[in-house]
Design a protein around this ligand. Structure first.
Ligand code: F6R
Length: 241
C-alpha cells in the first residue's frame, strides 16, 4: 500500500488528479471507477481543466460509479447521477453512453442490481477512485458487509445518514437506502486510489491501514489488494503517522 500524505485538500486533489491523468495518457480507453461525495470534487475540477487544456481526453473512456440513492433520479439535485454530470461528465468529452451508475429509480431494484453486477463483470475498472466514510465504509458498504458482496441494496446506517445530511435541506430527506457496488467488485479493480481529507476520517484511515482486516471496518479489506494508493491530507493521516 502506497500512502501519500499531503499538506491539505488542494494538494491531495492534485496528487489524485496526477494519478488519473497518467493512467489516461497511458491508456486512453481506460475504465474509470468513480466516486461521488465532497472528497473527489477538487480532483474532478483538475481533470476538467486538464481536458480543456488538451492534456487528457475522455473520448474513449468508460466509467462506472460506486453507488446511487434509492428513489433519486437524474432530475434530483442530490442524486449521484446529477452530481457526476455537474462535476465531471458535462464538462469533459466523455460519451454519455459510456458513463454508468446504478439506477436508484428502477422499478425492480433486484433486477437493477443484477444488471449492474453483470455490467461490472464485463468491464473491470483499471482504477477505482474511492472516498472513505467516517465509519470506514467504501462505496456504501457499511460496517458488517460481507467482503464477497456484489451490487446490492443497502440500508444506510444512522452515521452515514447524519454525515450526508449536509447535502440535503433536512436530515429526514436523506434516502435511507442506496444501491452500491459490492466489496468484491471494488476489489476487482486493477488499482485503487482512495482519497481522504479531514480529521473526521482519521479513525477510519487508522482502521484501513493499521486495523485488523475485519468486516467491521470495510475499508480494511484494501490491505489485501495488490495495488492501493492512499492520498490523504495531514488531518486524515493524523493517527497513522
Ligand atoms: C460516494 C461513496 C462514499 C463516499 C464517502 C465519503 O460515491 O461511495 O463512500 O466516498 O461517504 O464521502 P465524502 O467524500 O462526502 O466525505
Amino acid at each position: 500500500m502506497q500512502i501519500i500524505v499531503c499538506d491539505d485538500y488542494k494538494q491531495m486533489s492534485g496528487h489524485g488528479a496526477a494519478i488519473v491523468k497518467k493512467l489516461l495518457r497511458d491508456d486512453p480507453s481506460a475504465v474509470l471507477g468513480l466516486a461521488t461525495g465532497s472528497t473527489p470534487i477538487g480532483m474532478y475540477d483538475l481533470l476538467v481543466q486538464a481536458c480543456a487544456d488538451g492534456e487528457i481526453s475522455f473520448e474513449k473512456v468508460r466509467t462506472v460509479n460506486l453507488d446511487e440513492y434509492v428513489g433519486l433520479g437524474e432530475k434530483d439535485a442530490q442524486s449521484y447521477v446529477h452530481f457526476m454530470r455537474e462535476h465531471l461528465f458535462d464538462k469533459v468529452n466523455v460519451k454519455r453512453e459510456n458513463t454508468h451508475l446504478p439506477s436508484g429509480i428502477a422499478a425492480d431494484l433486484s433486477a437493477e442490481c443484477a444488471r449492474y453486477s453483470a455490467l461490472l463483470a464485463g468491464m473491470p475498472q483499471d482504477i477505482q477512485v474511492l472516498g472513505l466514510g467516517s465509519n470506514g465504509h467504501i462505496g456504501f458498504n457499511e460496517p458488517g458487509t460481507p467482503f464477497d458482496s456484489t451490487t446490492y441494496v443497502v440500508q444506510l446506517t444512522e452515521n452515514t445518514i447524519r454525515d450526508n445530511a449536509r447535502l440535503f435541506d433536512r436530515q429526514e430527506d436523506v434516502p435511507r437506502k442506496a444501491i452500491t457496488m459490492g466489496i468484491s467488485e471494488i476489489m476487482r479493480a486493477k488499482r485503487i486510489l482512495l482519497l481522504a481529507s479531514g480529521a473526521n476520517k482519521a479513525k477510519a484511515v487508522y482502521g484501513l491501514v493499521k486495523g485488523e482486516v475485519s468486516e467491521s471496518c470495510p475499508a480494511s479489506i484494501l490491505q489485501r489488494h495488490a495495488d492501493v494508493t492512499l492520498v490523504l491530507d495531514t488531518a486524515a493521516a493524523s493517527l497513522i503517522r
